[in-house]
Design a protein around this ligand. Structure first.
Ligand code: FMN
Length: 730
């Protein structure tokens, strides 16, 4: 069973019943207050377990002319219906220890009457009751499918309460709140269904009958109630209602309704004349009523209250998630069919974002006059004219295929391919998960093992839908195909037009590695921090470039590498002091210096150092011990950054600097090699819950992650905990 069966059932049920569910939840919230308020009233009897029924009856008989019945309601208030000495028939709350009246019966507040009417029958009598019962059943099914979705998503029932990775607000709290309220939700909906079935007499009828004990029937001389052994042994805690005999006739009995049975008791000798046990149906009814209404329990009423509030949140967050998913899933209208296209792009996507990238590539190829066909991995087929295959796939669940790729593996073994195709696989995933791009790895190996597919590029993995990383891949791929593609950022990814003005206050010389620093001063008040991104659209270019920001003296420091044909890097390299540029700041919360970590290791290569130059000079974090590992080509490459680093050492906001130079004859090494040399420091930071931040190229990131994994396993005996890793690589 795939996750989406449950998701579609969950969604269909939600859509078909949402209005009624909203009404039921809103009125449920109001009704949850009724038992809570009732419980605040001072009529509950304390120590009822110490007061025998015979004593209570005696007290009542002494106080009133005649007693008709006594009842202990769900709030543990004792109600007596009596004829007073003045001959008036009255019903009120009594103190059973004295039999005195302590209050009038509580009238149901109009708001509760109104809410009860909507909640039970929508003011539509039987039709309404039927609808409400049915919706309650749908809500029950939703709770069950929701439960299955969580189990599936978490990778098994044992991991039900394990950590949830936060993708976005609605998704995160839908699951967090869901896992705590699903059980009460199941109870409340099932009891609701049961009560509805009962109202429509659809439950099995009560087959239990009274069993007569003939010997107790005899009319003996009348004992006083104080001498009835049975009534002496029962306390008020045991009973729900006592009906008093109507006359002195021996065939008029005390009728005692206990929690699970009913007795008729001879008023002359106090013996049980007949007994009827409650049927299972009646017992479940009484439990359903108590569980559904919360009567008699403030604690359970509060649970019900929160469950109803949770239902409102589920309705909002469920629909918000669906709409977001819809917006992300970009439909592509193919100009060419599968058998006429030269390029085939197959997409595996659960929530739609990967389609945005496929569409960007599709458009770029079409603009070059190429014939392209895009489809889902589940539609894998034979392609008569195709010579190139590109697979874009995300990974879902616990390293599994997204829904629209579930059948790809099976199809691969059935479908025969006439042509030989060059292929390239791009994995879209998240480093927050254990199996980063695991399904893309599976697809890559399936294609590798297939005779008709020849690898074109190595598998490329993209973290958190990084557009820069995607662009890097398209550059490599188009070069390998002899193409020059102009890739536009998917529109749905938040193309920003809110450009602000920034003044250039400093631009360094371009060094031997073609890199330079540029410092920008916001011309209006701007909130940003090191690790955020500056989004720039160079003139006459619709493609966004993102640069990691280092915050220095409230200005932004960017480190940029000038590429020969790079429009944006060339544009920046020609800027002079006091020039004004237009750009926008994008928050990048996942790459901020953590507030709580005691130790942070920063790893960068090349221009990836920029955010760290800001972080090591951040006086707000002077409790954090920072260690910087940087990899560059030569010692000269480092000079540009030395001023900021010296300042951090001077201010004691940097505790260690470890440099690696890949082109320095005497000490040729990469940043990974230095990490191994310092594995004692790395493992200590990992062990003490510190954070490791990585910024720079994807190739460096992959090497660093592998090295960290090795260090963690060899020195700590545990796999690398990805929650301690933050990356911003491209
Ligand atoms: C429930 C869930 C499970 C995920 N599991 C993984 C995983 O195991 N490995 C991984 O690399 N990414 C995982 N991801 C991240 C997605 O693959 C990533 O966000 C991707 O860009 C989503 O693309 P899509 O919207 O096209 O499905 C998971 C995401 C979610 C919501």
């Amino acid at each position: 069973m795939t996750i989406s069966i449950w998701r579609y059932s969950h969604l269909t049920l939600a859509i078909s019943s949402s209005v009624f569910i909203l009404l039921a939840a809103l009125t449920g919230i109001i009704l949850a207050f009724e038992p809570i308020l009732d419980q605040q009233k001072p009529y509950a009897i304390k120590n009822a377990n110490t007061l025998s029924l015979s004593k209570t009856i005696e007290n009542l008989k002494g106080e009133y002319d005649e007693v008709i019945h006594v009842e202990i309601d769900k709030n543990d208030f004792v109600i007596a219906s009596v004829f007073t000495k003045e001959g008036k028939n009255e019903t009120f709350y009594i103190n059973p220890f004295t039999a005195e009246k302590i209050g009038d019966i509580i009238e149901k507040e109009p708001i509760f009457k109104f809410a009860t009417n909507i909640h039970r029958s929508l003011f539509l009598k039987s039709t309404g009751r039927a609808i409400v019962g049915f919706v309650s059943f749908l809500l029950f099914l939703m709770a069950v499918t929701g439960l299955l979705l969580i189990i599936k998503r978490q990778g098994g029932i044992k991991r039900y309460f394990s950590k949830i990775i936060k993708e976005d607000f609605e998704q995160y709290y839908h699951i967090i709140i869901g896992r705590y309220t699903l059980i009460p939700l199941i109870i409340v909906t099932l009891s609701g269904v049961y009560l509805s079935l009962e109202k429509f007499s659809l439950l099995p009828s009560d087959k239990n009958v009274h069993i007569l004990y003939e010997e107790a029937l005899a009319k003996t001389s009348k004992l006083t109630i104080a001498d009835f052994d049975l009534l002496k042994s029962i306390t008020l805690n045991d009973i729900e209602r006592v009906e008093f005999p109507f006359s002195d006739d021996v065939e008029d009995y005390f009728v005692l309704k206990l929690k699970d049975k009913e007795w008729y008791v001879n008023q002359y000798n106090g013996k049980i004349v007949s007994e009827k046990k409650d049927s299972l149906v009646a017992l479940v009814s009484s439990w359903s009523m108590a569980l559904h209404t919360g009567q008699g329990s403030t604690l359970w009423s509060i649970v019900l209250l929160f469950t109803c509030i949770a239902i409102l949140f589920f309705t909002y967050s469920g629909f918000a998630m669906t709409l977001k998913r819809r917006n992300k899933s970009i439909k592509i209208k193919n100009k060419f069919s599968k058998d006429t296209a030269e390029y085939v792009i197959l997409v595996g996507s659960e929530t739609g974002s990967t389609f945005g990238f496929a569409k960007a590539l599709y458009k770029a190829l079409i603009a070059q006059g190429k014939s392209v066909f895009v489809s889902e991995l589940n539609n894998y087929s034979s392609y008569r004219k195709a010579a190139h295959l590109v697979v874009f796939t995300s990974t879902y669940g616990d390293g599994e295929a997204p829904t629209n790729a579930k059948y790809f593996q099976k199809l691969m073994s059935h479908v025969s391919q006439q042509n030989t195709l060059q292929y390239s696989v791009v994995g879209f995933g998240s480093l927050a998960y254990k199996g980063f791009c695991k399904y893309a790895i599976v697809v890559d190996s399936l294609l590798q093992a297939h005779q008709k597919f020849i690898p074109n590029l190595l598998l490329h993995k993209i973290n958190n839908q990084s557009f820069n990383a995607f662009k890097n891949w398209t550059e490599l791929w188009s070069k390998s195909k002899g193409l020059s593609l102009k890739i536009e950022k998917p529109v749905k990814m938040g193309h920003s037009k809110k450009a602000k003005r920034f003044k250039v206050v400093y631009r360094s010389e371009i060094n031997l590695d073609h890199s330079f620093l540029i410092e920008l001063e916001p011309m209006q008040k701007e909130k940003f921090t090191s690790g955020d991104l500056l989004s720039v659209y160079p003139e006459n270019d619709a493609i966004e470039r993102l640069y990691s920001i280092g915050k220095i003296n409230n200005n932004m420091l960017l480190s940029i590498k000038k590429h020969e044909f790079g429009i944006c890097s060339n544009y920046f390299s020609e800027l002079k002091e006091n020039d004004i540029i237009l750009a926008d700041i994008k928050q990048n919360k996942g790459f901020h210096l953590p507030a709580s970590a005691k130790e942070v290791i920063m790893v960068a290569n090349g221009t990836g150092i920029a955010p760290f130059l800001g972080m090591i000079n951040d006086k707000n974090h002077n409790q954090t011990k920072n260690y910087l590992f940087w990899g560059g080509r030569t010692k000269d490459s480092y000079q540009m950054y030395s001023e900021q680093i010296d300042k951090a050492f001077y201010n004691k906001t940097l505790s260690g600097l470890f440099l690696s130079f890949s082109k320095e004859e005497s000490e040729r090494k990469y940043v990974q090699n230095t990490l191994v040399e310092k594995e004692k420091l790395i493992s200590r930071v990992l062990k003490n819950g510190g954070i490791i931040m990585i910024c720079g190229s994807i190739a460096m990131q992959n090497g660093v992650l592998e090295t960290l994994e090795n260090i963690s396993i060899s020195r700590l005996d545990i796999p690398l905990n990805m929650n301690q890793i933050k990356t911003d690589c491209y």
